[in-house]
Ligand binder design. Structure first.
Ligand SMILES: Cc1cc2nc3c(=O)[nH]c(=O)nc-3n(C[C@H](O)[C@H](O)[C@H](O)COP(=O)(O)O)c2cc1C
Length: 264
């Protein structure tokens, strides 16, 4: 059944909707108006509606919610580059909790991240409160200790240094259904959106690699996180109000790149 309707009184026939459709769902039809030419191909990305300057298209299959206006003034490249380059992994947090509305905003931004075929398969787990977060670190350390790996980290833990979650007041983990083949990539992209949005708000963020790795191997940690049956945790962030700010950006290794491989 057709999900896309064209208001021919409004349509300017620029056919931008056909050009931007990633799945070839739309084609030019009678009178030069776009029409839904192939059913069951649409990936529900919303591009046909979003591109239409005259508001001539409606799509009944999209999730409920408005099409938000694009800000008239986007940040300059200098501002965006400044954010990207000045982001650091923050491992020292104030005890102050992060406001619920801020976390809700970060989740809302992260759910806008691209996903393969627009599948939007992510499920989020948010743990707030230093004690609850510490309990996750403890469970992670239990596994690492029993496995005999990372003796240096265990020695630090035993002297009160939480090398796993760094005393953060919040942990946010991203999961997808286990059989979904792009889960790792989709979660990494969404978590990166979240990391940058949090950084822009002055929060400190660090990827929680130990927690992520152990959550894949250790059932008690999965239970502590209440990971839904059939889901895999692909990544997690610790975040909170940062204790320190960095006045300098560290150097990186030289770029390794091939331009136009195979060409003389
Ligand atoms: C996938 C991933 C996992 C990471 N896991 C941890 C972790 O468990 N603990 C930690 O302190 N840092 C972790 N990091 C942070 C890296 O150590 C950090 O990104 C790197 O040292 C570069 O520093 P920068 O982020 O400040 O540029 C992780 C980073 C990534 C991308």
């Amino acid at each position: 059944m057709s999900q896309i309707a064209i208001d021919t009184d409004r349509c300017r026939k620029d056919l931008a909707c056909i050009a931007v459709c990633p799945s070839g769902t739309l084609a030019a039809g009678p009178g030069g108006y776009p029409m839904e030419a192939a059913e069951n191909r649409c990936i529900l990305c919303g591009h046909c509606v979003a591109i239409c300057g005259s508001g001539a298209i409606t799509h009944s299959g999209l999730p409920a919610g408005p099409f938000l206006p694009i800000p008239r003034k986007l940040p300059t490249p200098e501002l965006v580059d400044g954010l990207l380059l000045s982001r650091r992994s923050v491992r020292e947090f104030k005890a102050q909790p992060v406001a619920h509305e801020t976390l809700a905003t970060l989740l809302d931004i992260a759910r806008r991240a691209p996903t393969a075929s627009n599948s939007q398969n992510l499920h989020w787990i948010v743990v707030t409160g230093r004690e609850s977060v510490h309990a996750l670190a403890e469970e992670t350390v239990r596994f690492i200790r029993a496995s005999g790996s990372h003796p240096a980290g265990i020695a630090r833990w035993d002297t009160g240094n939480d090398f796993v979650l760094r005393g953060a007041p919040v942990v946010i983990a991203a999961c997808t259904p286990t059989p979904y083949e792009w889960g790792r990539q989709d979660c990494a992209i969404a978590l990166t959106y979240m990391e940058l949005a949090a950084t822009a708000r002055g929060l400190g963020v660090c990827w929680a690699g130990y927690l992520t790795r152990v959550a894949a191997l250790h059932e008690p940690l999965r239970r502590a996180l209440a990971v839904p049956q059939g889901y895999t945790v692909h990544g997690a962030l610790m975040l909170g109000h940062r204790k320190f700010t960095y006045p300098r950006i560290p150097p990186r290794k030289p770029l390794s790149v091939q331009w136009n491989p195979g060409q003389a």
